[in-house]
Every structure is written in C-alpha cells, then in structure tokens.
Design a protein around this ligand. Structure first.
Ligand code: ME8
Length: 630
C-alpha cells in the first residue's frame, strides 16, 4: 500500500493557537483525508515547539517553571484540533522523552559527520521569531520585519554547522527537482538566497537555559530551530530506527507558511545530507492570512474569533471558507463580509438548494428512489463530467491547489443545478420514467459531490450521504469511478437544510467592515419596477486608454455583442488600462449619454466603491457579451 506522510510546523507554545495555525492544520488535514480516501496509508503529524528563550520568558512572566507552562498550553492546541475535526495521527511535543531521545541520536551523528565546529557568533536576534536577522533584513527601522519589534544584539561562543558546505548540493537539488519547493514563487526567492551565498549557522546557545543539551557538550543547549526541525523524524521513533521511521520517512510534504521556508528548504535538507538521511519530497509554503494587510498573529493582536464564526456558521463551512476563499500559496485578506458572501453563494445557494430541491421533488413524486430507466444524451454529459471532475480534482490535490480543487467541484455542483433547469424536471409529471431518471442522476451526482467534499467538509459530506439514504462507509474515491453507486429503491429522506442563509446586514458592523450608510433601511426601499427600469448588460472591455490630463478617467470601448459603446469611467486610480482589457463587466446600457472632459460616454460601468477602494462589478463565469443582467 502506498504511504503518505504529511506534517505541519510544530507551533510555539508561547501563546494559544490562532486562526493562522488553524489554516495550515486544516489544509494538512484536507490532504491527509484526501489520501486516505484514495486508500493510501497516511501518517499526519502535528505538534508543538516548546523550547527556547521566548517560551522561557513567558513562563518567567507568569512565575511558573517552563515545563509547567508548556503543560498548560500544549492542550489548548490538541483541544482546538479536536474542535476543528483534525485527523492527525500523532502529536509531537518537543519536551517529550521520545523527542529528546531522537535529538540525542541526531546531534551525535551530526557531530560525527565532522560538520560541527566551535566559533563566536554576533547577530541581531528577534525573540518571538527565535532567529537572527542581518542588518539588511532589518531595514531602516532596525526592527524585525515580521513582528515589528526591536531586536537584541547578541555575541556568544557556540557551535556552528558548516552549512556553506552544502550550498552547491542545495542549488542542484532545487534545480533538478523543481517540485521540491512549492509554489514556484518561493523557489525563486530561495534560489536567490542560495546563489547570493550562505553562511554557517550557530546551532547552540550558551545563554538559553530552556532547551535540550548538546549530547557532545552539555554546557550548551541546542538552538531551538535546529532542534525543532528534527521533530519530523523524532516522532517516527527515529531513535530506534522504528517501524514508522522505516515506513514513512522521507515525508511527502512539510506544510507551512512562507516565513519559515528557509529553515525547511536550506537548513533541514543540509542537516539531513550531513547525517546521510533521505530528504523530504516537498516543502509547501502557503501564504499568510492577513487583516488590513498585516499577518494575523498573537504578537500583533489582530486575531479573529474562531469560536464565534464556528458557532454562527458551523464547523465545516468554516473549514470550507478558508480552503476556498484564498488562493492557496498567496496571502489572503480576511473579512467577515467575504465569509458571509462565500457561505451564502456556494453553500446556501449552490449546494444546499440543490440538495433540498432534488429531495423535495423526489418526495413529492416518488415513494422510493427510482431507477434510471429512460436515459437521454444530456445524462451522458453529466456522467462524463463526474469522471472528469474526479480526474481534475486528483491533479489539483497533487498540486496542493486546494481552492482551485474546490472551484472544480463547484463547477460540477453548478452544472447539476443547470441540469435541473434545462430538463425542467419539475414539469415532467406526465413522464414519470424520464422524471425518475433525471432525479436519480441528480441524487447520484450529489453522492459523487459528497465524496469529493469529504476531505474538506467531512461532517457535511456524511450528512449529505445520510440524506441520500446511504452510509458513509465505502464512499471513497474508487466509488466515483463508476456511475450508479446509489441503488434504486432506497427510501427518500426528508431534506433538512444544511446551510441556512445568513443576512449580511445582521452581522456585527465592526466585522463586516461596511459603512453604516450602506445599511438597507426601511425607508430607502424601492419597488421591483424601479429595478426593472435599469437596463444592465454584460459588456467586455476591448480597449482602454487614459484620458489625457486626468488621473482618474479611462476611455474604454465596451463590446455589447451587437454594438460597441464608448465609456468614460473614473477607475484609473485603481486600474491601469492593461488591467481592464478583456474583463466582462456590468454596464448600465440605458443611461442618457453625457460628455465627460469633452468625450462622449455612452453608459456607465458598475463598481463597488468604498472610500478610496474601488472594484468593478464583473461576472462569475464567461457569458456572451450583451447578456441582460437581472
Ligand atoms: O514558526 N497565516 O511556530 P509558530 C497563515 N515553531 N499561517 C500562519 C499565520 C498566518 N497569519 N500565522 C501562523 C514556528 N501561521 C516554529 C515552527 S517547525 C519545525 C517550527 C502558521 O507558532 C503557519 O503554518 O510561529 C506558520 O508557518 C506557522 O503557523 C508558524 O507557527
């Protein structure tokens, strides 16, 4: 059986976990669950990093011994992982005997490799990062680039690891194996660090008491970063070359965020090379969750309330949102408004309505699930799409493109909604065998969708399966290779709405980020006739140029299918001409022409505007130019 070993970083216990830690851990959980669904033997490791000056300092502030402090905080991580339904197989603590035994063995081997020597270290140390920065990295402010805190100048005698010796091998590794570090943008960053020259690194501290002593010089404690990296093998019983180590090492993926890539792509592989162990297959460094552009972190105090979100929306929608909303690999700016919008559109509308509608039609028209006895060409298309979706999903999961993988599943969800519309199944009361066939196919499609969603939303997938009248057991990726997994004759369940729609305006104001002036109040309501007075059409911007002497205006040509319009739009502060060409936007097509700066404007493009921020209203999927928006 093929194996899959995935890890998260081991998180510092200097504070309780926050959404950033949850983000990485949910992503790793999704991958672990996906590989289990494929029938692989999976080992999913997470844990906590408990040593170092930073943790000692927090314990000192609390007036308790560091071990007692760690014993208080470590369970806040395990409790959160239980709450988020994380399926980790193991949880490593670096204060455990298991880890210490592995560390003793690893550092003895490293010493024996001849790559360790004694020397004097001088540098600028950031305590929350537990790392040194060069003057260049600190910039003009002289503060840590991540925490924006002042750094400490440190001079001490300690042991060094001859990292420079591995520079060429590391360059070769990354060049010959491009998927060693993903996404590609991080590879370029690392290559430039490697080619501009490495320095040897200090691997011990004489001034830090809270750590694991070097096996060959117990007067010094091991530098927390070099100690922490080794967790990925100490957890596998490396100290005794245990069965887990032999089966699962090297890891398939070390998952993390971008700020710790260098440790994993440069220092960790070099240490493994020195002791002659195989290297992990891939380091995947995703982006940061940010709020107002700053990395969410306990130090900056800009965390979001996970309990509140889970209580309001449910656990699986919470997992879904973070995996779907942000391009995995890039930074993503969190707002609650984005949460509500995504929840309503994808979960309440697309998926929830589909399930309710199909179950409603079935229970109204049939006693039990009918057999698909009257097929038609359109049904073939649906079956084909199910298979293609499974194939695409597999490729995307292998590339860790988690958000795109979900989008691909949603293309299938939306296709089934269209299948219901196109076949007008509700009107086929006089043709029960055709109606039954369509509804069977819709139910089978929902089964397939539930399998695709299992890694992302395990509880929702199981609830969908229970509403389909089947058990979760056996619903794996193999089961979607063949259409017809549902047996005709199953009892029809009553649809229980899984995703009650949420009202954006009812969310707390501070969280939605909406100006109070945008509230819908009773006295500014309009009638449907007033809405229908507007002729809104989809138009594609085919050319764009700046209006001379204006910083704000672009002159655009917009294609409406059977005519082209010239539009002058005040969007130049947000969009450069080349940014808008090709976009399909929404145009008010029946607006009286007006002259702006002497240029005729034959309509108006819609945009969301908030203070100085502006975002053009575009369409979700390509649709012919000129299509009416209603
Ligand atoms: O670095 N967005 O621990 P740490 C996305 N102990 N991910 C985030 C995040 C954010 N705003 N904030 C945190 C350490 N993370 C070391 C690791 S491994 C051998 C040692 C996640 O508690 C992300 O995975 O600072 C990031 O890399 C990790 O938490 C840092 O956790």
């Amino acid at each position: 059986m093929s194996t899959f070993y995935i890890t998260t970083p081991i998180y510092y216990v200097n504070a309780e976990p926050h959404i950033g830690h949850a983000y990485t851990t949910i992503a790793a959980d999704v991958l672990a669950r996906y590989h289990r669904l494929k029938g692989e033997s999976v080992l999913f490791l997470t844990g906590v990093d408990e040593h170092g000056a930073n943790i000692q300092k927090v314990a000192d502030e609390k007036g308790i011994p560091p071990q007692e402090y760690c014993d208080q905080i470590a369970p806040t991580f395990t409790k959160l992982w239980q709450k988020l339904n994380i399926s980790n197989d193991d949880f490593i603590r670096t204060t455990s005997d298991l880890h210490k035994a592995g560390i003793a063995k690893f550092f003895t081997k490293l010493y024996e490799s001849g790559d360790i020597y004694r020397g004097k270290y001088e540098g600028h140390y950031c305590q929350p990062c537990e790392r040194f920065y060069t003057e260049k990295e600190l910039g003009e402010s002289g503060t840590c680039p991540i925490h924006k805190l002042s750094v400490e100048k440190v001079v001490e005698e300690n042991y060094f690891f001859a990292l420079t010796k591995y520079q060429d091998q590391l360059i070769d590794l990354i060049q010959s194996n491009p998927s060693f570090i993903e996404p590609a943008s991080r590879r370029n960053e690392i290559m430039s660090v490697l080619t501009s020259g490495l320095q040897d690194i200090s691997i011990s501290r004489s001034s830090v008491d809270w750590g694991i002593p070097l096996p060959f010089d117990p007067d010094q404690n091991i530098y927390v970063w070099t100690e922490a990296l080794v967790n990925y093998i100490t957890a596998l019983d490396y100290h005794v070359d245990g069965e887990k180590f032999r089966r699962f090492w090297p890891a398939n993926v070390h998952m993390m965020a971008k700020e710790i890539t260098r440790f994993h792509v440069i220092i960790w592989p070099a240490m493994l090379m020195a002791v002659g162990l195989p290297l992990p297959q891939q380091i995947f460094a995703h982006g940061w969750l940010t709020k107002d552009g700053d990395k969410i972190s306990k130090t900056l105090g800009n965390v979001i309330d996970m309990d509140e979100l889970i209580e309001e929306f449910g656990l699986d929608p919470f997992r879904y949102f973070f995996m779907r909303e942000f391009s995995f690999g890039n930074d993503g700016n969190y707002t609650q408004q984005r949460f509500v919008t995504r929840y309503n559109s994808d979960l309440a509308n697309d998926l929830g309505n589909l399930l309710n509608r199909v179950l409603g039609l079935l229970s109204k028209n049939f006693e039990v699930l009918p057999d698909p006895i009257q097929p038609d060409a359109i049904d073939e298309e649906i079956k084909q799409m199910a298979l293609e979706t499974a194939e695409k999903l597999d490729q995307l999961m292998n590339q860790t493109a988690l958000d795109v993988a979900l989008e691909t599943v949603w293309e299938f969800v939306r296709r089934i909604n269209r299948y219901i519309q196109q076949t007008k199944v509700w009107s086929l009361k006089d043709d029960p065998s055709r109606m039954g066939t369509i509804l069977y196919n819709a139910m089978e499609a929902l089964r397939v969708i539930s399998v695709f969603l299992t890694p992302f939303m395990p509880q929702v997938a199981a609830k969908i399966q229970s509403q389909l009248g089947i058990e979760a057991k056996g619903q794996d990726l193999d089961s979607v290779q063949e259409w017809g997994g549902l047996a005709g004759g199953l009892p029809i369940a009553k649809g229980i709405p899984l995703f009650p729609k949420k009202d954006q305006n009812r969310m707390p104001q501070k969280e939605t980020g909406l100006d109070s002036s945008t509230d819908a109040t009773v006295d500014n309501l309009i009638t449907i006739d007033q809405v229908q007075d507007l002729e809104l059409r989809v138009g594609q911007i085919v050319s764009a140029e700046l209006v001379p002497d204006s910083e704000r205006l672009l002159k655009l040509i917009v294609d409406l299918g059977n005519e082209q319009r010239q539009i002058v739009a005040g969007i130049a502060r947000t969009y450069a001409p080349q940014d808008v060409i090709g976009k399909q936007a929404v145009l008010v097509a029946n607006l009286q022409p007006a002259k702006i700066r002497g240029i005729e404007s034959q309509g108006m493009l819609l945009a969301a505007v908030r203070k100085k921020q502006l975002s053009l209203v575009t369409v979700d999927q390509a649709i012919p130019n000129g299509t009416l928006v209603s």
